[in-house]
Design a protein around this ligand. Structure first.
Ligand code: NAI
Length: 256
């Protein structure tokens, strides 16, 4: 039995992952705003500390894996707080609890949106761990009509953060793989919240073309995460694994 902390465990991808892991006999500690073993708000520094302390209390400070799934896709600065700082601070805060595991693993959910146009000031402030500055830059972007770049910025920053830390003594040199799964469109409550007109659907399908299989069920993403944090994954780290129906391959094309 592996003991695994999963954020966003009350809905969508996190909920699906928690169910898959429990079915295979793992001990899951879910983190979410409500309906979870540890209830905490990952949009604030104090909420993140509560989440870390709550997990450590329940587990006696020993974990085998951490998977950060909690995220929001609002056109608001809070998206940066939850998606970037709520992921990186949770992973960093729980990392010491992985030290005693024989197969410690960590992963989070990125997005194909991380390859779209960003707000560079938001990404830079995230990577500099300046949360207030990142939120201000996101607010400024929204004010000039670039609010739809906030979510991509949060996901692009996550991928860059991962590449920056994954080889350090905290992660690879401590034997801990750290990876991301980047979905295309997934049929979760987050997706359903964006009630779409036919035109909006067309523009989503242009931005996220999914020739293989179309929109994914959350279990599809959960299975990839399950493998990334399993003992089987001994040598993959620092990677964004696109489980996106071919969106990334389509957008990149064969020439680069
Ligand atoms: P969801 O809305 O079904 O689930 C997200 C969960 O995160 C919810 O249970 C929510 O309560 C929790 N959460 C949100 N803010 C929180 C906070 N401040 N503190 C604690 N928990 C919080 O969404 P879904 O689709 O399962 O999303 C999971 C991840 O997948 C997110 O990181 C999202 O960006 C990513 N993703 C989703 C895609 C989709 O099409 N649904 C596509 C690409 C990435």
């Amino acid at each position: 039995t592996r003991r695994i902390a999963v954020s966003g465990a009350a809905s969508g991808i996190g909920r699906s992952l928690a169910a898959l892991l429990r079915t295979q006999g793992d001990d899951v500690v879910g983190i979410d705003l409500e309906d979870a073993e540890v209830c905490a708000d990952l949009s604030t520094a104090s909420g993140r500390s509560e989440a870390v302390e709550g997990v450590l209390e329940r587990t006696g400070g020993a974990l085998d894996a951490v998977v950060a799934c909690a995220g929001i896709s609002a056109v608001r600065p809070a998206t940066v707080a939850v998606n970037f700082f709520g992921v990186t601070e949770l992973l960093a805060g729980l990392r010491p609890a992985l030290a005693a595991s024989r197969a410690p693993r960590a992963a989070f959910v990125g997005s194909i949106a991380g390859t779209a146009a960003t707000v560079p000031e938001v990404v830079d402030a995230c990577l500099a761990k300046r949360e207030a500055q990142a939120l201000d830059a996101a607010a400024a972007a929204a004010a000039r009509g670039e609010g739809n770049r906030i979510y991509p910025s949060s996901k692009a920053a996550l991928a860059r953060w991962m590449r920056g830390v994954c080889l350090t003594g905290d992660w690879a040199a401590a034997g801990i793989p750290l990876n991301a799964v980047a979905p295309g469109v997934v049929l979760t409550p987050m997706h359903a919240a964006h009630a779409m007109t036919e035109d909006q659907r067309k523009s989503v399908d242009e931005a996220v073309p999914m020739p293989l299989g179309g929109y994914a069920e959350p279990e599809v993403i959960a299975r990839a995460l399950r493998w990334l944090v399993s003992a089987e994954n001994t040598h993959m780290t620092g990677q964004v694994m696109y489980v996106d129906g071919g969106a990334e391959a389509t957008l990149r094309g064969p020439d680069r």
